[in-house]
Design a protein around this ligand. Structure first.
Ligand code: BGC
Length: 726
């Protein structure tokens, strides 16, 4: 593929001849802005418009006479998707597009490791270059407003601070490879139910504090080159041509200089698309020719008639050209790499560090292979491959290690492994298993469980429609196909039962949790999932993942469901819970979750001590210092979390908010002093009246802990100066 790509671009260079080679826009010693201006001046009106819309499912035309090749975009976000199209939603049938499949976004979020996000972003960037993609459609960072959203598995959970840290890391890593990241879906696209039309009504403060911080950080800290506008409406106007979101906030306020691309098929109107900040139109409904796209023939006609200003066109083209230069489209790129052992290693590390040990009573885990004769592995997800599912985030992986395979590889030569499916799921449009079939499957599994020393149940959800899948939300938080009953039967048959859940979002566990000593949340672990599961179960590595979202006891406890504001009414969703999303709701309303935000156990123990809170040197923030010691017997990483509480404020605030964290790996017996800086922004709320962030002078409480509800240290801090931040 590489050599083909290089050969193709050489051909382009030769074809453009000596005059074009001398053109200033080809001069790499000039700045990108100079080159953009120069190239812009050479384009005809028609050529300019041609750069603003697709010419296949994932490409945008080039301008051959100027040596500008076609641009390639691709999904995203867990690897480089197989080639699609060109003109239909079906795979292109290539055999060279099996790629590295990273774990789902929720798993990356559970690592709480922005450096690992950099590594993942870089690895995907390298694969994108190899596959000749210039823009990857990720990261996907919509906040988990409801646990039933079908795309929660793609996103980074419920907290804007954590989400922002990971997004910035991922983007920075990816863009080192001359591949544009494309953060999506901007904005308030928090449910799949009627996602194409829903009108989201959210107050300004909530918008700023909960739903926009990830995007803002992606732009201002990550330097992301592209933003994908969402399908839904926001305050009545489609996000793909929403003047407030795109022109006012993203471009004017935040200074975004890259391009806004529509979600596929998210454009509905030429005039709004022309005037409200869209720069690139993709995926408009099938059946339309590319010339019939909203930013094609009709836009051109409007420009010619004077209905649309030419300055607006130049602005859009400039943004496209900037990204084209930044991604080496015109200069050529380094070779990239594909499916390397290093990439596979990153996939395994993300899987391993993202899995969350939810419960471990009586040290049920880790398992000691040398003292076991037999293990019964039960469950459909023990063998089911997951990477190639879920909607646009599907990956055609080079390989995928299932949990059963991972366990067999790890202990198969020492321990007798039996497997029984125990249950069977079926997509909602296929015949469902009958009660008799489920009973028979369960009976066999219970018999296998009874005969084994230890039982590992690997269940949860999958990417079938109606579960963790784009385009549709879950109906509830239950485990499908009678798993809840099955787990209880397994627990009765053999108390040494470990439950491994493969899912991309919270599930209800109340019916069986008390009967099970150990639960590992494995998420979707990508191509190395099974190896990661095995390494954690057998203690090769200690679990270190922490939940990036609250697991409620029941769906009705979650804010949007408690208030009845999901899925909305008459096409409108009102975010009446305001700021109280996720743990902000549970903590402020004092509702006990099943597992709180930030929760995750280890095979070791950590002691926190010596909290010291001092003013930052500039007086506009705090420095939080404490000691962290590994007092257990194994090396392990702890994610120490810093929450800020503002008991007296001129505007009401959630009970506590995450504003810092540190992931620290310690050998047994080791101790380290940790320092977390809290800038003025960590104390600020958004005041819609002043259109600014305000850090009010006064008393705050700072909590340091192992989860949002496992606070180990707490101290008071006095912010001496009020600060107003943009
Ligand atoms: C999804 C996007 C995706 C695009 C292209 C849309 O349906 O919402 O996330 O990038 O398709 O596949």
């Amino acid at each position: 593929m590489n050599s083909v790509h290089l050969a193709a671009s050489c051909a382009v260079w030769l074809a453009i001849g000596s005059t074009a080679l001398a053109a200033p826009y080809l001069d790499r010693s000039l700045s990108i802005e100079q080159r953009v201006d120069e190239l812009l001046s050479r384009l005809t009106l028609e050529e300019k418009v041609s750069l603003l819309h697709a010419n296949s499912k994932f490409t945008v035309p080039g301008i051959p006479r100027l040596g500008i090749p076609e641009r390639w975009l691709d999904d995203g976000p867990f690897g480089v998707r197989e080639d699609i199209g060109p003109h239909e939603w079906k795979n292109a049938g290539r055999t060279d597009d099996f790629s590295t499949a990273m774990p789902a976004g929720i798993a990356l979020a559970s690592t709480w490791d922005p450096d690992l996000a950099v590594e993942e972003g870089r690895a995907i960037g390298e694969e994108a270059v190899h596959r000749n993609k210039h823009m990857m459609l990720g990261p996907a960072i919509n906040i988990m407003r409801t646990p039933v959203c079908g795309r929660n598995f793609e996103y980074f959970g419920e907290d804007p601070f954590l989400c922002a840290r990971l997004a910035v890391g991922y983007i920075r890593g990816m863009q080192t490879q001359d591949v544009a990241g494309c953060v999506k879906h901007y904005a308030v696209n928090n449910q799949e139910w009627e996602r194409l039309t829903t009108d989201t009504q959210v107050d300004e403060r909530t918008l700023r504090e909960i739903y926009l911080p990830g995007f803002r950080a992606a732009v201002q800290e990550g330097g992301v080159w592209a933003v994908m506008a969402a399908y839904n409406r926001f305050r009545g106007q489609f996000c793909c041509h929403n003047d407030y979101l795109l022109n006012q906030v993203l471009k004017k306020e935040w200074g975004f200089r890259g391009l806004v691309v529509s979600d596929w098929g998210g454009v509905h109107d030429t005039s709004e698309a022309a005037l409200h900040g869209l720069d690139l139109e993709m995926g408009t409904e099938e059946g339309r020719s590319y010339e019939e796209y909203y930013l094609a023939r009709d836009y051109l006609a409007g420009l010619k008639s004077g209905a649309f200003p030419s300055a607006g066109l130049d602005e859009k083209v400039r943004r496209n050209l900037r990204v084209m230069f930044a991604t080496g489209l015109i200069d050529g790129r380094r070779p990239g790499s594909f499916n390397t052992p290093a990439h596979q290693e990153i996939a395994r590390r993300v899987a391993e560090e993202g899995m969350v040990l939810l419960k471990n009573e009586g040290r049920a885990l880790p398992l000691d292979a040398s003292s076991l004769r037999s293990i019964a592995i039960i469950g459909e997800n023990a063998t089911r491959l997951q990477a190639n599912g879920g909607g646009s985030a599907i990956i055609k992986p080079l390989y995928e290690i299932s949990p059963l395979e991972g366990i067999l590889r790890r202990v198969g030569s020492e321990v007798t492994i039996t497997h029984a499916a125990g249950y069977r799921t079926a997509p909602s449009d296929k015949p469902q298993p009958t009660a008799a079939e489920l009973t028979q499957l369960a009976d066999r599994a219970v018999a296998a469980a009874r005969a084994a020393d230890v039982v590992v149940f690997v269940g949860g959800l999958n990417h079938d429609r109606g579960l963790d899948c784009e385009g549709v939300d879950r109906a509830d938080l239950s485990l499908p196909a009678g798993q809840s009953t099955l787990i209880q039967r397994l627990a009765a048959a053999n108390p040494r039962l470990v439950v491994v859940l493969v899912a991309g979002a919270p599930v209800e566990m109340g019916e069986w949790l008390q009967q099970v000593p150990a639960v590992l949340m494995a998420w979707y672990g990508g191509m190395e999932a099974g190896n990661a599961v095995a390494r954690l179960l057998f203690g090769d590595v200690s679990p270190s993942g922490k939940l990036p979202c609250t697991f409620p006891k029941r769906l009705a406890d979650s804010p949007a469901h408690a208030l009845g504001t999901y899925p909305g009414k008459d096409g409108v969703v009102r975010y009446d819970e305001g700021l109280l999303v996720g743990y902000r709701w549970f903590d402020t309303r004092e509702i006990a979750p099943e597992f709180p935000f930030g929760h995750g156990l280890s095979y070791s123990r950590f002691e926190y001590s010596n909290l010291c809170l001092s003013s930052a040197a500039d007086g506009c923030g705090a420095v939080v210092t404490f000691d962290l010691a590994n007092t257990g017997a194994v090396e392990a990483a702890e994610i120490a979390q810093v929450y800020v509480c503002d008991p007296q404020s001129s505007l009401p605030r959630p009970a506590q908010e995450l504003k810092g964290f540190a992931k620290v790996r310690l050998a047994p017996g080791a101790k380290q002093t940790i320092s977390v800086a809290l800038g003025a922004d960590a104390f600020a709320f958004y005041d819609p009246a002043q259109k600014a962030w305000i850090a009010e002078a006064g008393a705050f409480a700072i909590r340091v802990g192992s989860s949002s509800r496992d606070v180990r240290l707490e101290g008071g801090f006095h912010l001496t100066q009020t600060a107003t931040l943009p």
